[in-house]
Structure formats: structure tokens, C-alpha cells
Write a protein that binds this ligand. Structure first.
Ligand SMILES: [Fe+2]
Ligand SMILES: [Fe+2]
Length: 278
């Protein structure tokens, strides 16, 4: 499996040097025209919800990250983590540009985030304002705390970037490609996704090294996952959907949950904390 060939932070940093992109080089003119005249009201509502989730998620993961840079254990790891911080800021800027040029009008990022927040449900807030922020606060207070670093990377890289992020990417881009809409957004989201693969590669590498060095840290991974997984299932559902049997963006809840859990299970296997030991 692909994740079994993990790259170390120095290799991931060197990949980053070859994989730069500019959020302003992407043409959003077709997207803007289609948004105004080319999407049904229901589709528009779902796509607006998906874009609002991405806007708020990237703002959170850009501003709740510096503690991990401070917690680096080598110069190579600090270098890679500095590139991830730049990537997240670039992603936030791209989504803010989509808000400014396609969905709404030019505004500060804070205004786009506030408007987007109004569309999101409670599970989303629990993950991004609750668990992520408190894990970041604990790590920033003591960057040498190995357990706090494992808790943070489990929350950030394993749950948010891989389980939530890759699942959102799979179903949002499949839907938009099938409908033939928002080509500029899909192009930029593809670049974001490529960066995210590098970030997740780091997270899985770091957790595997940590658990191999100190098996008790594996219990920290289990504890964080047990606490967060119910909110993850909730955050994948549009806020107006009732129960566990819903459809969104052309996919059933079962298909979306299956994709999310399948990916998490493969990564946990590589980390050394199989899903069935949670
Ligand atoms: Fe990102
Ligand atoms: Fe990321």
C-alpha cells in the first residue's frame, strides 16, 4: 500500500520545493458565470455548504498550527513544518478568493469566514473550535510534551486532513466533474489536495515513529480517535440531514462513511494502531 513507503520530513521538504503553485494563476471566470446561472437551487445550496466548510477548515488549520513548528525535533522536521504552514495559508487564500470572486463579493478573509461559519453544524464546530484548538493550545504551552504532540498530529493530520479532508475532496470533486461545473475551483482544489497528500505523509510518518518508540503513545492515538470519530461522522453530513441515512452530492451516507473509514483504517495499520484495537 502507498502509505507503507513513507517519506521522511527532509524528502517531503524537497518535494515541496518542486510543487509550488499560485492561487491567483487559476482562471475563475467560468466559475463565476456558472454560479450565477447554471446550477439548480438545491445543488447551489450543497456546493455553497461544501465551500463554506473548506473556507472555515482552512482558516482554522492555518491559525492553529504554529505550535507544531515549535515542537519540531530536528532542523529537517522544522523545515518541512514551515512549508506546511505556508501551504495552509495558501489554501486559505485560494478559498477566500473563490468566496470573493465566485460566491460573494471582495471582503476580508474574516468576513468570508464569518459568513461561511453560519452555514455549518455543531459537529464541525466541535472538531475545529473545540478539539483542534485545545490540542493546539496544549502543544503551544509545552512544545516538548511528546503526548501533546501526538494528540495534536492525530487530530490535525489523521482526523482532519486525512479522514475528513480526503473524503470531502473525493465526493465534492467527483460531483463537480460529473456536473461539468466550477472548473477553476476544481483545478485549485486539486492543487490543494496534492499539498495535503504531503502533509498527511508527514503525519503518518510522525505517528508511526512515535508509536514505534513508545507504544504508550499508541494509546493516545486511540483515545483521540474514540473521542473524535462520532463528530467526524456528523461533520460529513450537511446540517439539514436527519439520522444516518442521507444523500449528498450524488453519494449515499454509507458510501461516504465507507470511504472515510477505509482510508483511516489503512493509515492506522501503517501507524501500528489498527482500527480494531480502538
Ligand atoms: Fe490545507
Ligand atoms: Fe494540510
Amino acid at each position: 500500500m502507498a502509505e507503507a513507503r513513507l517519506h521522511d520530513p527532509q524528502t517531503l521538504y524537497r518535494h515541496w520545493e518542486h510543487e509550488q503553485w499560485n492561487p491567483w494563476a487559476i482562471d475563475l471566470a467560468t466559475d463565476r458565470a456558472q454560479w450565477r446561472n447554471g446550477l439548480s437551487a438545491e445543488d447551489k445550496g450543497l456546493v455553497a455548504w461544501a465551500l463554506a466548510s473548506l473556507m472555515v477548515a482552512e482558516e482554522r488549520i492555518t491559525t492553529q498550527f504554529a505550535g507544531l513548528v515549535m515542537a519540531a525535533d530536528s532542523e529537517e522536521e522544522a523545515t518541512f513544518l514551515a512549508t506546511q504552514q505556508v501551504d495552509e495559508a495558501r489554501h486559505m487564500q485560494f478559498y477566500a478568493r473563490v468566496q470573493a470572486e465566485v460566491i460573494a463579493e471582495p471582503e476580508t478573509i474574516a468576513v468570508h469566514v464569518a459568513r461561511s461559519r453560519a452555514q455549518l453544524g455543531e459537529p464541525f464546530r466541535a472538531i475545529f473550535d473545540g478539539t483542534l484548538t485545545s490540542a493546539h493550545d496544549r502543544l503551544a504551552a509545552d512544545p516538548r510534551d511528546a503526548a501533546a504532540k501526538v494528540d495534536f498530529v492525530t487530530t490535525y493530520h489523521l482526523v482532519i486532513e486525512s479522514t475528513l479532508g480526503l473524503t470531502a475532496f473525493q465526493f465534492i470533486t467527483r460531483y463537480l466533474r460529473d456536473q461539468g461545473v466550477l472548473p477553476g475551483f476544481v483545478e485549485g482544489y486539486g492543487r490543494v489536495h496534492h499539498d495535503e497528500q504531503r502533509h498527511i505523509g508527514y503525519g503518518v510518518w510522525f505517528l508511526r515513529e512515535s508509536v514505534a518508540r513508545d507504544p504508550e503513545l499508541g494509546d493516545r492515538v486511540r483515545q483521540t480517535l474514540r473521542k473524535l470519530l462520532p463528530a467526524v461522522a456528523g461533520a460529513l453530513a450537511p446540517p439539514d440531514r436527519e439520522g444516518t441515512d442521507w444523500e449528498a452530492l450524488g453519494a449515499s451516507a454509507e458510501e461516504i462513511r465507507g470511504f472515510a473509514l477505509g482510508g483511516l483504517s489503512r493509515r492506522l495499520h501503517v501507524v501500528g494502531v489498527p482500527l480494531d484495537t480502538l
